[in-house]
Design a binder for this molecule. Structure first.
Ligand SMILES: Cc1cc2nc3c(=O)[nH]c(=O)nc-3n(C[C@H](O)[C@H](O)[C@H](O)COP(=O)(O)OP(=O)(O)OC[C@H]3O[C@@H](n4cnc5c(N)ncnc54)[C@H](O)[C@@H]3O)c2cc1C
Length: 403
């Protein structure tokens, strides 16, 4: 595996770096309209959906070029695109499993953020055990009628469309009776209620569907193929863009070292404390491990290998690392970790999340819990790694144990 950039990659990185240095907004983007406008600027510059086929509005870019752009965005802490789920999950699912008509109708509008998307998978009793979902889609001749409840729907409040998993056959084993649909969120049968999180903001929603309509032409793949399709989606979600995360955390790490130099305990800089030095040193080593793990994923993608089950290893390791990092940050910063304004000179707010919410260190700490839950929790990732990567025996589960 060659970890060096080729001359072409270096030239591309320089052009990209210049563009982001010149165009990244200097102030926080507060409204959806401002974030959409920034998204559009990125799209016009060719930095959105770069890996998608050119015929559907993408740029046919290599995994290395995509990693370079993500990395350069992280370097200057550029605000993210607005349609993350649409671009990261829904679009790739339509590209792999959709009909030509679905590709023509939806893909370009996902890239331009004319349509915002959400993912309607989890239910109150179907999270880790997603195949137990109960939302039904009944065949009504010329359309499907959907009834049921979804929960933890990120971006549900602003979404125009949803990627939906629903049960179409309850007479077959649970994994085989699920189908995948595209559903309009803007119709009378769909009610969206906000869910306020521990961070204080409401990025999630509960979605109630009562005889909501899905056109026959909006079934993705075959009837009953939903579970298989969901596996493609989840592996994209778990693969993530790990190199950009490492860059973001490296910047935040240097902020933390700066804070440990500025803050004093017993009349001496905190950085002189052997325990603080040792904890920071450990985080630095972990960051380097993350960097090489990210490069390994990039190398596999460059060779044309899909994200696959091994993406669980990357997801487990970075999400657990994020929690440890943010815990250390709050310990080092003490009361300044809770401050929402007026940090003393030498201290600054974190650059790790960049979600456009004006994060404090406390916000970043609280948000870091999420990574070990979404796209399958850490415990479930360990099961996937054990069973599908290492080939260990399957975990004993109640529904697999004979009475
Ligand atoms: C930030 C965030 C964004 C999200 N966005 C979306 C979204 O947009 N769309 C969507 O559909 N969903 C979304 N989710 C939901 C997410 O997919 C679920 O929360 C997740 O799958 C876990 O399901 P659950 O919450 O029902 O927990 P449960 O499945 O009830 O798990 C509870 C606990 O039991 C453990 N556990 C469960 N099964 C096992 C097992 N077999 N072995 C060992 N331990 C186990 C879990 O690790 C966890 O600790 C989001 C969640 C978060 C945190």
């Amino acid at each position: 595996m060659d970890l060096n950039y080729s001359p072409e990659d270096l030239a591309f990185r320089d052009t990209t770096r210049r563009w982001f240095e010149a165009n990244t907004p200097r102030q926080e983007l507060k409204t959806l309209a401002e974030r959409k406008a920034w998204h559009r600027t990125l799209y016009d510059a060719g930095y959105v959906g770069m890996g998608w086929p050119r015929q559907y509005g993408g740029g046919d870019a290599t995994p290395m070029q995509q990693a370079i752009v993500a990395d350069e965005m992280a370097r200057v802490n550029a605000p993210p695109t607005v349609n993350g789920l649409g671009i990261g999950i829904v679009g790739p699912t339509i590209i792999v499993h959709g009909t030509e008509a679905q590709k023509q109708r939806y893909l370009k509008r996902i890239l331009t953020a004319d349509d915002l998307w959400c993912q309607l998978y989890s239910e109150p009793n179907a999270g880790s055990d997603l195949a137990s979902l109960k939302t039904r889609a009944d065949d009504r001749g010329d359309h499907f009628e959907v009834t049921g409840q979804k929960i933890w729907t990120s971006g549900g409040l602003i979404a125009d469309w949803g990627l939906l998993l629903a049960r179409t056959d309850s007479t077959v084993p649970k994994h085989k009776g699920i189908s995948c649909f595209l559903i309009s969120m803007r119709q009378p049968g769909v009610e969206v209620r906000p869910l306020k999180q521990i961070t204080g903001s409401a990025e999630f929603a509960e979605v109630f569907m009562t005889q909501a309509r899905v056109e026959k032409s909006d079934l993705i793949g075959r009837l009953g193929q939903g579970w298989e399709i969901a596996q493609t989606t989840l592996s994209y979600e778990r693969g993530g863009n790990s190199l950009a995360r490492v860059t973001r955390y490296t910047s935040a790490f240097h902020q933390l070292v700066g804070a440990a130099r500025t803050l004093r305990r017993g009349g001496r800089p905190l950085l002189d404390d052997p325990l603080v030095r040792s904890r920071l040193g450990r985080v630095y080593v972990e960051l380097e491990v993350q960097r090489y793990a990210a490069l390994r994923v990039l190398s596999a993608l460059t060779k044309g290998d899909g994200p696959g089950a091994a993406s669980s290893i990357t997801k487990l390791s970075y999400s657990e690392f994020e929690k440890r990092f943010n815990e250390l940050a709050l310990e080092v910063l003490g009361p300044y970790g809770q401050t929402t304004s007026g940090l003393p000179e030498g201290l600054s707010f974190p650059v790790v999340a960049s979600s456009g919410h004006g994060e404090t260190w406390a916000y970043s700490f609280l948000w870091s819990r999420a990574g070990t839950i979404y796209a399958a929790s850490s415990e479930v990732q360990k099961n996937v790694i054990g069973e599908r990567v290492l080939g260990l025996p399957k975990e004993p589960r109640a529904d697999r144990v004979k009475a």
